[in-house]
Design a protein. Structure first.
Length: 477
């Protein structure tokens, strides 16, 4: 490895190649559980740096593990000891913005929160808002195909990328510029959409042209609790039928609401299933829209209703406290369940989607699966688009439970597919869901799709040096 470090340092500069144990440890783990041990961490500062590193890696069969903030939770950015982590944290320039043409051009290391801070005051925003918005980078969000709370209205990253500059993992480290600054584009196969959500397995993103949109003039929000899941779902349907412009529609189930309230003592409190709905509107109509929303909640037997006429008021009242703290509360409970100090909990965030009309069935079946295996589970999700995030935790030392874990997750994924859903919505496949991918395509009699994906990977990355063994199962044909 010493030779590689020397050579890479010569190629791009000593201050961009790190091998000290502390840096290696820091950049070899993701946000939850997965840890590797990279040979070195490189910090390119330009497309040219990236291309030079790729050429060297190709020639020397060195694997490259691309990384933004490593906030992913499926092991898609974690390195093995056969390669280097390429961190994009130093490529964080916002290069251009046009409000006439509605785009922003930026480097991959820009964090989504920085993008929106930059746009603040212009009336525009970038609408993809993962809960990890403060750390998630543009490159990481593109490669994860990320979504967020506003997914019901704005979709996911795949809907917001107009153009990409990428470096291919080939002999030349070729630089490609795909797409451009227009919303319409029919120039052959859509390679941009292929790269979005590819989990760093096809190409290294060095620049992105992202579509931006007008921020809503006003946002009104209502939160309320429901004893009966059917009442909550009828409320969702009534809100959809009322043709309100739904921006956010978040759900936390009754068991989880109680756990979160007991753990973090939020400002908004109640018992039962929680539904939070935000609707975008104009200032003049805000009160009318709010009244309509409150009326729908009341008609569906909601209790402890809290409402806000603006996002600022919603924040001041703590309306999103329970939903936002679901994951931290879960970590707290998981950690308190440990019996030995050095032990760490294995925490897994599921990411299935079902058509929203089948959510009641999905929630009931999830609770049954959790009971069947005796795994504790918190449950929340984006009810507007049918994306559910059950979170389970196990003591690492509990061998019996760890052994059952794969079957447990497989039962959840099977349930999603049976309800016409998908096994991953925004977090990706990484190292944890390859079996689910096979199951999902097999059930649709479409395993050949996985073969096509393997072939695509081979064309982009002939020596498999880029994030190998991630996302795609190796041999199922
Ligand atoms: C508390 C918490 C909440 C979260 N909430 C959400 C949520 O609401 N919605 C959601 O979608 N996700 C969520 N996530 C998951 C994660 O934060 C997002 O997927 C995020 O967009 C990843 O960004 P990142 O910069 O950390 O990327 P990383 O984790 O560093 O990388 C993600 C993937 O992109 C690849 N990659 C990174 N940069 C590049 C590049 N320049 N070129 C090629 N490949 C690259 C990596 O190899 C990896 O496969 C959450 C995570 C946590 C910990």
């Amino acid at each position: 490895m010493e030779d590689h470090v020397k050579n890479l340092s010569k190629l791009i500069g000593h201050d961009k190649v790190y091998v000290d144990p502390a840096t290696i440890k820091l950049y070899s783990k993701n946000a939850v559980y997965y840890e590797g041990n990279a040979l070195a961490i490189v910090f390119p500062e330009s497309t040219e740096d990236v291309s030079k590193i790729v050429r060297y890696a190709y020639e020397n069969d060195l694997k490259i593990y691309p990384q933004g903030s490593a906030s992913e939770i499926v092991g898609s950015s974690t390195p093995k000891d056969d390669g280097i982590v390429m961190s994009f944290v130093r490529m964080r320039k916002i290069k251009d913005v046009s409000y006439i043409d509605s785009y922003v051009v930026c480097e991959p290391g820009v964090r989504l929160v920085e993008l929106n801070n930059y746009l603040k005051g212009s009336g525009y925003m970038f609408p993809i808002d993962p809960a990890s918005i403060k750390s998630a980078t543009v490159g990481g969000a593109i490669n994860s195909g990320s979504g967020g709370m506003m997914g019901a209205k704005y979709g996911t990253m795949k809907d917001w990328v107009l153009g990409l500059e990428v470096v291919l993992p080939n002999e030349e480290g070729s630089v490609l510029r795909l797409g451009g600054k227009t919303t319409k584009n029919r120039e052959g196969y859509d390679l941009i959409r292929l790269i979005v959500g590819s989990e760093g397995t096809l190409a290294l993103v060095t620049e992105a042209i992202l579509r931006i949109t007008l921020a809503p003039e006003e946002v009104v929000t209502v939160a309320g609790f429901f004893n009966d899941l059917e009442d909550l779902m009828r409320c969702v349907i009534n809100i959809k039928e009322s043709k309100l412009d739904i921006l956010i529609m978040e759900f936390v189930d009754d068991v989880t609401t109680k756990i979160t309230i007991d753990t973090i003592k939020p400002r908004v409190s109640g018992s039962g299933h929680l539904l939070i709905t935000s609707v975008s509107t104009v200032k003049e109509a805000a009160q009318r829209v709010l009244d309509k929303l409150i009326d729908i909640y009341n008609r569906n037997n909601s209790s402890n209703i809290v409402s806000a006429r603006s996002m600022e008021e919603a924040e001041a009242l703590g309306i999103f406290d329970i939903r936002r703290n679901l994951y931290p509360a879960t970590i707290k409970i998981a950690s308190s369940s440990l019996e030995v100090d050095e032990e760490k909990p294995y925490i897994f965030v599921e990411d299935i989607s079902v058509p929203p009309s089948r959510l009641v069935e999905a929630v009931k079946r999830l609770r049954n699966i959790s009971e069947k295996y005796g795994f504790p589970m918190t449950l929340g999700g984006h009810v507007g688009d049918g994306n559910l995030h059950p979170v389970v935790w196990i003591r690492e030392g509990d061998r019996e439970k760890m052994d059952q874990f794969n079957n447990f997750v497989m039962d959840i994924m099977k349930m999603a597919v049976e309800l016409d859903g998908v096994i991953s919505s925004e977090h990706g496949i990484g190292m944890v869901k390859k079996d689910g991918l096979i199951m999902s395509y097999r059930r649709r009699n479409s395993l050949y799709a996985l073969k096509l994906m393997r072939e695509i990977k081979r064309i982009f990355d002939p020596k498999s040096i880029l994030n190998p063994d991630k996302m795609l199962p190796s041999d199922v044909y």
